[in-house]
Design a protein around this ligand. Structure first.
Ligand code: GLC
Length: 571
């Protein structure tokens, strides 16, 4: 076996703290709740947890607007609760990484309160201040990117909501303060960080205006109406052009190198970036350990062709890094429509969700799962504007109703579709009131999706051998017990096949074939042309179908509709 780092072997599981488990019965998830569920997570078979922000926050952006980087949000518990959680996770061999939001703070952070109080206070230059808006830049959440602060008679810049002012990373004092916060949690023993929105840290120094003939809200309306291939292409181009001067700007690599050197002062910690740009891995040793393979997820339909093209491209780029690069695959997180919903076809959603889970867990690279996907949670469309907690959604609703005269009914439908609340509803633990997330009668912070009653909950699925939960558990076990699925190289097979995606994972002592049948057809396949499988038998390690035999000839393999088949080559 190769010696891999823990984060190369691990399967990560993202916990959205507000929605994971409510330990004190107030309708909001918390550390008590998470700690009580650690046995569940260990039993599921994941190895590491990524926590979305758990810091004090006014929650304009559900915790991504932080008002104290070295504390715990009171609704989630105390610092002692956090330490207890971390200790209990480590006892179960579960690593823990935190969310690191570098680009901006909350507008209620003491740093910002001081900075905006006058033009000559000690933190006057900690944020990005200008006398008048220098250009037409937009915030990607709420319109104009420049907001007036009467205290200074100046404007500050924000890439996200106006309650999320951008820090001025050119100021060495900002860096020092943030690196102190980074060390604070590493000293406590956390295993690393997921870096939030790192592409937005620097802006184009020339402040070049965007060239799109509309503002943010108009672009959203344009995007909703875009249907033809030309319109869809135009939409992509507009989004890119609107923000291209506000992200991916010079300075990020130097900053990531600095951060990496801090993290490397500690033993065995890691960084994963919320970006798909492999350049942020530097030479493979001196910037981030991982970046997400978002291009795999950025499609309406996961097809064999899409996967093959994606893998070819990503692996070629990773191989170019002088110290080598490690892949990182994910389909779901707190910002994206749930995988059960968005890659379904409304007829075979259950089959497709299982295929896509197998995809992430068998491709080369570190998988990241999002809480709830293991029980097949779906998007939940809110039906009342008062329920919306994602303020980019409520801002959009009010803007199109008030400024554009859109009918409130239509505005609500559009808002329910675009807000990220739909994929952040509370986790379903049981077929009990409030899905067992909170006690009966408690109003949860977001409504619970009523489909927990239809078997989409942990308790029922644990008792059902055919549930998607037991399917995830089984796959995670097979992955853990099969070295080639963790460390093996990737070789695509039958590269023109449109119905199925087949590939080999080959390690020093093991060759494993994976076949994912994305079609309703029964397939009769011959893999004996692959040199690793020539004259070999296939010993089944996992099948989502019903198989009467364990051994199959590589030359004569029958695959059921939508089957996931994983087998080891044996002489
Ligand atoms: C990242 C987070 C997202 C947040 C944004 C601003 O994209 O994943 O949830 O709104 O950054 O912090």
């Amino acid at each position: 076996m190769k010696t891999l780092k823990w984060w190369q072997n691990a399967v990560f599981y993202q916990i959205y703290p507000r929605s994971f488990a409510d330990g004190n019965g107030d309708g909001i998830g918390d550390f008590k709740g998470i700690t009580e569920k650690l046995d569940y997570l260990a039993g599921l078979g994941v190895d590491a947890l990524w926590l979305s922000p758990h810091f004090p926050s006014p929650n304009w952006d559900c915790g991504y607007d932080i008002s104290d980087y070295t504390n715990v949000a009171p609704e989630y518990g105390t610092m002692d609760d956090f330490k207890h959680f971390l200790g209990e996770a480590h006892k179960r061999n579960l690593r823990v990484i935190l969310d690191l939001v570098l680009n901006h703070t909350s507008d209620e952070h003491p740093w910002f309160l001081e900075s905006k109080s006058s033009k000559d206070n000690p933190k006057a230059d900690w944020y990005v201040w200008v006398d008048t808006p220098p250009n037409n830049w937009q915030s990607c959440f709420d319109g104009e990117a420049w907001t007036y602060a009467p205290e200074r008679n100046q404007y500050y810049y924000h890439y996200f909501m106006k309650q999320q002012p951008d820090l001025n990373w050119k100021n060495p004092e900002v860096k020092k303060a943030m690196w102190d916060a980074v060390r604070f949690w590493l000293d406590l023993g956390v295993d690393g960080y997921r870096l939030d929105a790192l592409g937005t840290i620097f802006e184009d120094p020339a402040l070049t205006p965007h060239t799109v003939p509309m503002n943010l809200v108009e672009l959203r309306r344009f995007s909703e109406a875009a249907k033809t291939p030309e319109e869809l292409k135009q939409k992509e181009k507009y989004w890119h052009d609107m923000f291209k001067n506000q992200w991916g700007q010079p300075g990020i690599h130097e900053l990531m190198k600095e951060l990496r050197s801090i993290v490397d002062e500690y033993e065995d910690r890691m960084l994963v970036g919320e970006d798909d740009n492999i350049d942020y891995m530097g030479n493979g040793m001196d910037e981030l350990h991982l970046v997400f393979n978002f291009p795999l997820a950025n499609t309406d339909r996961i097809t064999p062709k899409h996967i093959r093209n994606n893998q070819q491209d990503r692996i070629a780029q990773l191989n170019k890094l002088s110290a080598g690069g490690w892949a990182c695959n994910t389909l779901g997180n707190h910002d994206r429509s749930r995988i059960y919903t968005c890659y379904g076809d409304k007829v075979h959603d259950a089959e497709l969700a299982r295929l896509n889970a197998a995809l992430v867990l068998t491709l080369k690279g570190t998988p990241f799962l999002y809480n709830g996907e293991e029980i097949g949670m779906t998007d939940y469309m809110l039906t009342n504007i008062a329920q919306v907690k994602d303020t980019m959604g409520s801002w959009y609703y009010h803007t199109i109703v008030t400024d554009m005269g859109v009918h409130p009914d239509e505005a609500l439908v559009r808002t329910a579709e675009m807000t990220r609340d739909k994929n952040r509803t509370p986790m379903h633990w049981a077929n009990k009131p409030n899905a067992g997330f909170s006690p009966d009668g408690v109003e949860t912070w977001l409504p619970v999706n009523p489909n927990y009653k239809a078997g989409i909950n942990v308790h029922d699925q644990e008792r059902n051998p055919d549930s998607i939960l037991n399917y995830y558990k089984h796959l995670l076990k097979v992955r853990r017990e099969t070295p080639a699925l963790v460390e093996g190289n990737y070789t695509p097979l039958h590269e023109n096949a449109e119905d199925y995606f087949a590939f080999l994972r080959t390690a020093e002592k093991q060759a494993v074939l994976v076949v994912l049948n994305y079609s309703e057809k029964r397939l009769n396949l011959n893999f004996s042309d692959a040199k690793e499988l020539e004259n070999k038998n296939l010993h089944t390690l996992f099948s989502s179908g019903v198989r009467s035999h364990v051994e199959h000839a590589a030359s004569k393999l029958s695959i059921a509709p939508f089957e996931v088949f994983i087998a080891e080559a044996k002489a």
